[in-house]
Design a protein around this ligand. Structure first.
Ligand SMILES: [Zn+2]
Length: 271
């Protein structure tokens, strides 16, 4: 009888835990996670093992709308202007995908999600926020994280707040880009990072790291496929690596209409 009661209690606790949503842990990332995600201390082999490699994915922008375009690929060694990246961060490899835009251009959530982290902008990435997307938010079959960096100012969003696909999550800026390679003028652009994990938990002490997280090519967000692993994507045929970009127009419509994921900037329809 006592065993049955204990089992029921356990069942209730589990149900409550599940209903309350994923827990955020303030503890430090594991050494393994740290070796793959720390900007200054990551080891190349650990990064690569977690998907930090070039995939060869190529965006195909819509013919009937004008979208802001990417200029520096994920895991490339060059900046948007073709110069070599600093070896100080991620061993000289690019941790995201860069899309230049004027300062103040609205940036939108690529899918429904929850605000899980805000970076005040003391470091290289400048001001940034991170969204967590549940598997049903994107249809991509994993817990996805998207990070939007170099924002003009901290957006008026609270930790834990739900955002909708296409909702403004910040204004494009150049924070974190001035004073170094780009001088005092800086380089206004969105740096979009993407990670995924089979688990919903993450650590936020010192470094935001999804537990058992893996890097992903941000372009893989837009493929509507559950294949996210960079090593598997890299082996795909060239034709399959072309990614038609789903997007939002100013009237609030998604293209294609059923797409759960959209480009982080609104695209203007061509007349
Ligand atoms: Zn970047």
């Amino acid at each position: 009888m006592r065993a049955v009661t204990a089992f029921l209690v356990l069942l209730t606790v589990s149900a409550v835990w599940l209903a309350a949503g994923p827990p955020a842990f303030a503890q430090k990332p594991s050494l393994k996670d740290f070796a793959a995600f720390s900007p200054k201390k990551a080891k190349l082999k650990a990064m690569q093992a977690r998907g930090f490699i070039q995939t060869g994915l190529q965006p195909v922008y819509p013919a009937d709308a004008d979208c802001l375009k990417g200029t520096s690929d994920f895991a490339s060694q060059t900046r948007s202007d073709g110069s070599r990246r600093s070896l100080k961060f991620y061993r000289g490899y690019h941790g995201g995908y860069d899309i230049p835009a004027d300062e103040g251009t609205p940036i939108v959530a690529i899918a429904d999600g929850t605000v899980v982290h805000k970076s005040p902008g003391r470091f290289i990435g400048g001001i940034g926020i991170i969204l967590q997307h549940a598997p049903e938010d994107t249809g991509l079959g994993a817990w996805i994280y998207t990070e939007y960096k170099h924002l003009m100012k901290m957006p008026d969003l609270e930790l834990g707040q739900r955002v909708k696909k296409g909702q403004e999550v910040g204004l494009n800026g150049k924070t974190g880009t001035t004073g170094g390679h780009y001088g005092s003028a800086g380089f206004p652009h969105l740096h979009l990072t993407a990670w995924y994990s089979d688990r919903p938990d993450y650590t936020t002490s010192k470094l935001f790291v999804p537990v058992d997280g893996r890097w992903m090519d941000p372009l893989a967000l837009f493929r509507s496929e559950t294949l996210l692993d960079s090593h598997s994507i890299r082996k795909l045929d060239k034709d399959v690596k072309k990614v038609p970009i789903p997007y939002l127009t100013p009237d609030g419509r998604s293209h294609p209409e059923t797409s759960k994921v959209v480009w982080p900037f609104i695209c203007e329809a061509k007349d």
